[in-house]
Design a protein around this ligand. Structure first.
Ligand code: GLP
Length: 257
């Protein structure tokens, strides 16, 4: 769906989250970090403060985490999500889980994370951003489309893209834990959000290109319920924009995202 600006992407994604929690107050959310979902998170915090939505019974799983940052490091995704979203909601801290990048046995941690998602009944709604290289979570190009939560090495490009959060590329960790593409594809509804011209090529490849491990976001084409929410700038590389606009304009209101 193509909307005017980042704030509008936030309203659309927030609508989908609120709709899920209205139907299922103990719904399981999959949360992405990065700048793309921030308008949605701000909108959710606003609605929560206005008494429009409660997360008291909700549960949440993060997509990914850096390896080796000390607990409580401001750029650890566990800290970021608490600062940007969950700390401002009524979701219990214990109901928000992420892969533990400080674990001694990272392989065991990844297996335990998969088991925790399964024990929660799976993820109902997974919010996703997309890297400029087409990655989702931290599944860099060439990640197996069947991959599970595991250790990955970041590409130089992703480390450069994320250097702004660390005060220099040398400070960006080389390794991460991330839900695999196969893990992500098991969520019942995928909502990928992107804004800005820097994402236009990745969005075009993800939505209209071939399904390929070189563009992990293209795996959404295999999912039975995947929504892509973009602003005009991120939509600039798409070919079927007239069709997408017409389909969205004519969407029945009962259908949701
Ligand atoms: C990081 C995260 C991804 C995110 C991507 C894009 O690599 N691991 O989950 O989608 O950045 O970030 P941004 O939304 O800031 O462009």
């Amino acid at each position: 769906m193509i909307v005017a600006d980042p704030a509008a992407t936030g309203r659309v994604v927030a609508d989908a989250v609120c709709r899920l929690l209205a139907e299922r107050p103990d719904g399981v959310l999959g949360l992405a970090t990065g700048s793309s979902p921030l308008p949605a998170y701000r909108e959710l915090v606003r609605r929560h403060r206005a008494g429009e939505v409660s997360f008291r019974q909700a549960r949440a799983f993060l997509l990914d985490e850096y390896v080796g940052l000390p607990p409580g490091h401001p750029q650890a995704y566990r800290s970021v999500i608490e600062r940007e979203l969950t700390g401002a909601l009524d979701i219990p801290a214990a109901a928000v889980r992420g892969p533990d990048g400080t674990a001694h046995d990272l392989g065991a941690e990844c297996a335990a994370y998969e088991a925790a998602i399964a024990a929660a009944g799976g993820i109902d709604l997974q919010v996703l951003g997309v890297g400029a290289d087409g990655h989702i979570g931290f599944n860099e190009p060439s990640s197996s489309l069947g991959s599970r939560t595991r250790l990955k090495t970041l590409t130089a490009r992703t480390r450069r893209d994320n250097a702004r959060f660390f005060g220099g590329v040398d400070q960006v960790p080389r390794h991460v834990l991330t839900q695999g593409v196969g893990t992500i594809l098991e969520a019942r509804h995928l909502v990928l959000v992107a804004a800005g011209e820097a994402k236009a090529e990745a969005i075009a490849r993800a939505v209209e290109g071939p399904v390929t491990a070189m563009t992990p976001a293209s795996s959404l084409q295999l999912h039975p319920h995947a929504s892509v929410v973009v602003d005009e700038a991120a939509a600039a590389g798409l070919r079927l924009t007239d069709y997408y606009r017409e389909a969205y304009a004519g969407k029945p209101s009962w259908q949701g995202l």
